[in-house]
Design a binder for this molecule. Structure first.
Ligand SMILES: Cc1cc2nc3c(=O)[nH]c(=O)nc-3n(C[C@H](O)[C@H](O)[C@H](O)COP(=O)(O)OP(=O)(O)OC[C@H]3O[C@@H](n4cnc5c(N)ncnc54)[C@H](O)[C@@H]3O)c2cc1C
Length: 607
């Protein structure tokens, strides 16, 4: 088939050497730019892999027998147990009237000085190697590049998108006119096929080189996709126009290779329409279905349309196939327990058979294999950040907020939980397919910083929970001296189930000063009944002043002698991420330098 079309193609319009050379050189330039960026990340990658604790984590989920109980009690069973409104959160402190303690200005906890012995020599194990981000060293430039300009895009990202587009357009227009020479557009979009597919993969080779998760490169996939849609239409319409003028339209359209070209065009246009924000928000499934069908048929159609495209399609297939092989290796089918947590409006998913293999901040893709999810629900895979640290008895924990149809179905399924001997919920066991782990903080080693600030909104707390558990657990071998969590919730009731976990973490922070500040925007009457907050935890109405918290963390870090920087993690809606990025960017440059830099990591997802 390909051979016959090869003949047909050679008799129609001969690709000039220039078209093919430009397509090849375009790919070469893009690859060189990617490798140049990758070179800058090498020192951080070396620093990460130099830390034995970071070397093998974050690739494959597994079960490991726990030889001895974790020295730190990180068991979050209490989160579930205390979701029972009949049961008080903690022993009520009779001396504190109602919720008075919650509103008192809590004293700043004294800095722990246990890190040094009587001779001033450091206690504990070896500190992790710290390698600052390049961006924290070239402040004036990164301050401009990290400025948010449009829909969450930073100046740096906009420049990258503009540069990529300019490069593609340059190759499209160089010694060519798209109206009289539509073949050029065809070759240019062909050159983009490998990048289109690589940027779409979950096990992303470019992401691995740059030390970032696939989700952070998705904006480039969207750009390349749009360029391909425009290019394919210019290419097709140009030829249709030409053939119409020459009166050869029906003759040309009868040729098999032209028909395959039209099939490819329909696929590209379907993919383009299916990817619009309108379709994604109205029906994520339609977006997935058009993608799943379109991406396969498109590759076949392109090969039958022009055999010269085969090397580009092969490259795309290699990366895409490799991604799927790794996905299979990263997939586990197991049993999970679903428990509803009404106060947080979410389902807690516990998977005891997976207790190792992830790093704080990473997420998994979850499929619930239960008919209770409905036929469509069964086919859906949704991403969720792992909410706890690895190697605990409860295994992996996910907190999945009711956001739409699928998450609501899962919540309803969990609410049909069985009851144990004492009438206490034991949860609903379901088969699940867990794929991951993915994303996270890449080559960043959180424990190598001197201070950390987590600003999270709503269900974004999952990110902070896993990070803090990991930092508290590794405090003996960490440089961290101070951690602040700022959590914004709509309703005070959301706090109730998480208090025991925070209490436990604060109690066990021997070398680290851990503070938790919770802000709420809506107080329901009675929410504070019996609520006791441990020292180090505050509950305040209104919105947090992030700048003040960052200032506090930097001051505490400096006074504790820390000079390996402050890690700022933000997780929540785009507006929160923008806000925190602005605070980090405008922070006093001199103080930033003194503390060793302030580095931001943002995870953006729904509230
Ligand atoms: C990396 C990452 C980590 C996340 N971690 C958490 C977490 O720890 N806890 C939590 O409660 N939520 C988390 N989310 C959000 C969660 O994935 C969505 O709320 C959920 O998929 C919504 O599904 P739905 O069908 O119920 O809602 P819908 O109403 O169908 O969707 C609501 C919105 O969620 C997004 N969405 C829907 N399906 C998917 C999908 N399959 N993949 C990606 N986005 C989708 C779409 O933008 C959609 O507009 C995370 C999202 C991402 C991208």
């Amino acid at each position: 088939m390909v051979n016959s079309t090869q003949h047909a193609s050679s008799t129609s319009s001969n690709p000039s050497d220039l078209d093919m050379t430009l397509a090849y050189h375009l790919d070469l330039v893009i690859s060189i730019v990617i490798l140049t960026f990758a070179l800058f990340t090498v020192p951080r990658a070396i620093a990460r892999f130099a830390n034995p604790s970071e070397r093998f984590r974050g690739f494959l989920l597994r079960y490991v027998p726990l030889r001895h109980r974790s020295r730190i009690n990180l068991n979050t069973d209490s989160v579930y147990l205390n979701s029972d409104p009949e049961k008080p959160v903690l022993d009520i402190d009779e001396s504190s009237e109602g919720c008075n303690t919650t509103f008192k200005e809590l004293p700043t906890l004294p800095m722990r000085t246990l890190r040094n012995d009587a001779n001033g020599l450091p206690l504990g194990g070896q500190k992790p190697v710290h390698m600052p981000m390049l961006s924290s060293l070239v402040h004036p430039v990164t301050s401009i590049l990290s400025r948010s300009v449009h829909e969450g895009y930073t100046v740096g990202q906009v420049l990258l998108l503009a540069g990529y587009t300019a490069l593609v357009l340059y190759c499209g227009f160089y010694k060519s006119n798209p109206f009289s020479d539509p073949l050029r557009a065809g070759w240019i979009i062909t050159s983009q096929i490998p990048f289109l597919y690589i940027f779409a993969t979950k096990n992303n080779v470019i992401g691995a080189l740059l030390g970032v998760g696939y989700e952070k490169l998705n904006y480039l996939h969207r750009l390349v996709g749009r360029l391909v849609v425009v290019g394919a239409n210019v290419h097709a319409l140009g030829f249709i126009y030409k053939w119409s003028l020459a009166g050869q339209l029906s003759k040309e359209l009868a040729q098999p290779y032209i028909r395959w070209g039209l099939v490819g065009l329909v696929c590209v246009d379907l993919l383009g329409i299916g990817s619009t924000q309108f379709v994604r928000s109205k029906s994520y499934n339609l977006f997935i279905i058009t993608h799943a069908l379109g991406l396969f048929v498109f590759l076949f159609a392109v090969c039958y349309h022009r055999p010269g495209c085969v090397p580009y399609v092969t490259a795309a297939c290699v990366f895409y196939g490799l991604d799927h092989l790794i996905r299979i290796a990263k997939t586990r089918i197991t049993t999970a327990t679903l428990r509803p947590i009404p106060e947080l409006g979410l389902t807690r998913v516990e998977i005891p058979t997976l207790n190792s293999g992830w790093r704080a901040g990473q997420h998994v893709r979850l499929r619930v294999l239960s008919t209770g999810m409905g036929f469509l629900g069964l086919t859906e895979v949704h991403p969720f950040t792992i909410a706890n640290v690895e190697r605990t008895e409860e295994g992996m924990v996910l907190m999945c907020k009711k956001a739409g149809r699928w998450t609501t179905k899962m919540y309803e399924l969990s609410a049909t939980a069985k009851y144990g001997e004492q009438g206490r919920e034991v949860g609903r066991g379901v088969r699940v397919m867990v794929e991951g782990p993915y994303g996270g903080v890449g080559n960043t080693v959180m424990s190598s910083y001197s201070g950390a600030l987590f600003v999270v909104g709503g269900s974004g707390i999952t990110f902070a929970l896993s990070a803090i558990q990991e930092l508290v657990r590794s405090q003996d071998n960490s440089s961290i001296t101070t951690i602040d969590i700022v959590w914004s919730i709509p309703d005070v009731a959301s706090l109730t189930p998480v208090i025991p976990l925070f209490t436990s973490l604060i109690e066990q922070s021997t070398f680290v000063r851990l503070r938790v500040s919770v802000f709420y925007t809506r107080a329901s009457k009675g929410s504070f009944q019996g609520m006791y907050l441990p020292p180090g935890m505050t509950l305040v109405p209104g919105r947090p002043k992030t700048a003040k918290f960052l200032d506090d963390v930097v001051t505490s870090t400096q006074s504790g002698g820390g000079a390996t920087g402050v890690f700022v993690g933000v997780c929540g809606p785009p507006a929160l991420a923008r806000d925190v990025a602005g605070v980090v960017r405008t922070f006093d440059v001199y103080r930033k330098r003194m503390v060793g830099g302030i580095e931001l990591h943002a995870e953006v997802f729904g509230w």
